[in-house]
Design a binder for this molecule. Structure first.
Ligand SMILES: *Cc1c(COP(=O)(O)O)cnc(C)c1O
Length: 417
């Protein structure tokens, strides 16, 4: 067919040749550690390319070598993932943390400065503040709502502005759904770039991607995912991904080969299956979230709702960012119950359909208490500054019927009285 198809139409077939697998409609699990070379010359050529000893020729396909380096389930998965973000290349990992830490280790060197938005995912926060300093890598943070000039001042105040190597952001911020300007963050990176040093921008797009937000289009150099969340979408696998230009992903894949933190063939296969329904699932999740937010917005036992759909033209700066980079209002909602931890816990303990668990983006709706669970490691003063208080509950909206989700939330709210 001579037309450019949408990614959701390509998720069942792209990059897979049935004739290479006995005609199987579905890509099998290539549960093998190593691959047979047709000749010694082939083996030599495959290694030359895989280890970067020479560039791949135009007409040359990278041959299969060994499953730490490449495997059909991973390669087909990587090719399919590039379609959503319109990225040149992708590398998949055994976890979101593996993708994030590999990127940080590949692009930061001792003496470098890393600028991050705050808060970031707890695991990323720990790695940046507790592990990277052991390698002489420093960090500085900025918060939602700070202006271009304020952020530049934060970097200058470190006295290490000339060593800034990367800006790393997460938007929407978890769990408050505050937005960080991707294009604006790229402007910061540009401000500190010089003729000999390009400051890169990496975006953790787990909360919105890969359907609802495409950071590469707004200037990001790398986009990162915990594929455990929406991409996997069934709470049955831990995985991660990193996307960007061919040149950058070649470097990321290079370090992945030596850290050995690639995804397994089985993980790759599970994610291939998940990708077939990604668009359908996320469409329903976004629609359900809108219904749930409408319900919470008018509920007398709810004090405040944190939802992208609630950002209106009156919030001038945030609204402009939302219009620019968010394709929907997402599937995540946080809210403050009237009361405190006691009422929040009563709510969580009374839920029947919605499961009390961390993680997000899956088919089933989940609820958790950020202040004592996902964000317990965040400094209490910073938590308060960010409104992550005892009364906050975070919801990840699934694909159940929205009336059933709302009925469950309704009865659990009554239990807080
Ligand atoms: C879950 C998550 C991660 C970590 O991913 P894992 O797959 O658990 O390693 C990173 N960033 C965000 C925003 C997440 O939600």
């Amino acid at each position: 067919m001579n037309r450019k198809m949408k990614p959701e139409s390509l998720m069942m077939s792209y990059g897979y040749k049935p004739e290479l697998s006995e005609g199987a409609v579905k890509c099998p699990i290539f549960q093998t550690s190593t691959f047979v070379f047709k000749s010694a010359e082939d083996g030599k050529a495959f290694f030359e390319v895989a280890y970067g000893h020479r560039a791949q020729r135009e007409d040359e396909e990278q041959g299969l070598i060994y499953s730490r380096i490449n495997n059909p389930d991973l390669e087909i998965l990587e090719n399919r993932l590039t379609l959503w973000d319109e990225a040149e290349d992708c590398a998949v990992f055994e976890s979101g943390m593996a993708a994030i830490t590999t990127v940080l280790l590949e692009f930061l060197s001792p003496g470098d400065l890393l600028l991050t938005s705050a808060p970031v995912y707890g695991g990323s926060d720990h790695f940046i503040k507790k592990v990277l300093p052991k390698f002489g890598i420093h960090y500085a943070e900025f918060r939602v709502g700070q202006t271009h000039e304020e952020i530049i001042e934060i970097v200058n105040a470190t006295g290490m502005a000339d060593k800034l190597a990367m800006v790393y952001i997460e938007t929407p911020a978890n769990p408050t759904n505050d937005l960080i300007d991707i294009e604006g963050s790229k402007d910061i990176a540009r401000h500190f770039s010089t003729g000999t040093k390009e400051v890169m921008l990496a975006v953790d797009n787990t909360y919105m991607g890969p359907i609802w937000q495409h950071p590469l289009k707004h200037g990001a150099d790398l986009v990162l995912y915990s594929a455990t969340k929406y991409i996997g979408g069934h709470s049955d696998v831990i995985a991660g991904a990193c996307l960007g230009s061919k040149a950058l992903i070649t470097r990321v894949r290079g370090l992945r080969t030596f850290l050995g933190n690639m995804a397994s063939p089985h993980t790759g296969w599970l994610l291939l299956r998940s990708l077939e329904t990604l668009k359908a699932r996320m469409d329903i999740q976004a629609r359900n979230a809108q219904h749930v937010a409408d319900f919470l917005n008018h509920h007398p036992l709810v004090e405040k709702v944190y939802y992208i759909g609630n950002i209106t033209e009156k919030d001038t700066a945030l609204y402009a960012i939302k219009q620019k980079q968010c394709l929907t209002n997402g599937g995540m909602i946080s809210f403050d119950v009237k009361g405190g931890e006691k009422e929040a816990f009563k709510f969580l303990n009374a839920l029947q359909l919605i499961k009390l668990a961390v993680s997000l983006g899956s088919t089933e709706s989940l609820a958790e208490h950020p202040a004592t669970m996902t964000h317990v490691d965040v400094d209490e003063s910073l938590r308060n500054e960010l409104s992550i208080t005892e009364k906050m509950v975070r919801l990840s909206i699934g694909v159940e019927h929205h009336d059933d989700i709302i009925a469950d939330i309704s009865q659990a709210l009554e239990a807080t009285r």
